[in-house]
Design a protein around this ligand. Structure first.
Ligand code: PGA
Length: 261
């Protein structure tokens, strides 16, 4: 795992946006796996700025979102369809037909999940999967105890996720949908590169367990230790429980030195 520690949130989202920009310049028909939540908002803002100011072209990009709540309409202010429109899709030139987000209903969910997986394959697989991490170590809505080989499916959200997301539903934990359709951990692991972002001290424990702890379904993000190309981009506070901070910083400094030669 490559662990990049940045001084603050702004700088970590800047580095993330540069990784995506560089990949897009090399491969205009990039396939992006996208995440919602508060963490990637700065990344989307940076990419929108690159589109508007630097003419970064998204016209051949295809996207697949990690997850969507089941049981609220797409127009709901907290649906991930609304989130993606507000923070990203309404501001860049990704063709609508190339944007994929899981459905919001239990109707034919098994068939839907199979088609979602097939569509990812037909697009050539995900080049870069953006990920956040829950305070309990989840990725997507793959809660603790999720199979590390799981595929796209419907999941019940854990108590800690419901509580963490209640803030977006007027503080009412009962208003948070209890189920979601999420890419599986096996699906995520097939992405060619994973880009896990985390900031803030509330993520420090999950980050330490994911990077330096044992691989366990009780910390789903820990499976990324088995991914050959994962970049973990965190700020100083999210890094505060890591043992090997000095090593990660020196490794990144050496990488930058090599790149500037
Ligand atoms: P957050 O959520 O970005 O809102 O902290 C991350 C997650 O739960 O995966």
């Amino acid at each position: 795992m490559e662990v990049i520690i940045q001084p603050d949130y702004h700088q970590l989202t800047t580095v993330a946006s540069e990784i995506i920009r560089d990949a897009l310049l090399k491969k205009p028909n990039l396939v992006l796996g996208l995440a919602t939540g508060s963490t990637p908002i700065g990344l989307y803002k940076a990419l929108v700025r690159m589109y508007k100011e630097d003419r970064l072209d998204f016209s051949e990009v295809t996207t697949f979102n990690l997850d969507e709540y089941v049981g609220i309409p797409y127009q709901h202010p907290q649906s991930y369809h609304t989130f993606m429109a507000n923070y990203f899709f309404d501001h860049v030139n990704i063709p609508k037909e190339n944007q994929h987000i899981p459905q919001n209903t239990t109707e034919n969910h098994e068939a839907f999940c199979e088609v979602y997986e097939e569509t990812i394959k037909r697009a050539g697989g995900i080049d870069i999967q953006v990920l956040g991490i829950g305070t309990d170590g989840h990725i997507g809505f793959n809660e603790a105890s999720s199979s590390l080989a799981s595929r796209t499916r419907i999941k019940t959200l854990s108590r800690s996720t419901l509580e963490a997301n209640a803030a977006h539903f007027g503080g009412d934990v009962n208003a948070v949908p209890e189920m979601a359709i999420t890419m599986g951990i096996g699906t995520i692991m097939e992405a060619k590169q994973c880009l896990l972002l985390a900031n803030g001290v509330s993520k420090a424990d999950a980050i330490a367990k994911a990077i330096e702890g044992p691989i366990t379904s009780m910390v789903p993000a820990s499976i990324l230790q088995m991914h050959s190309k994962t970049v973990v981009l965190i700020d100083e506070t999210a890094a505060s429980d890591l043992k090997e901070v000095e090593y990660y910083k020196r490794s990144y400094a050496n990488k930058l030195k090599l790149q500037s030669r």
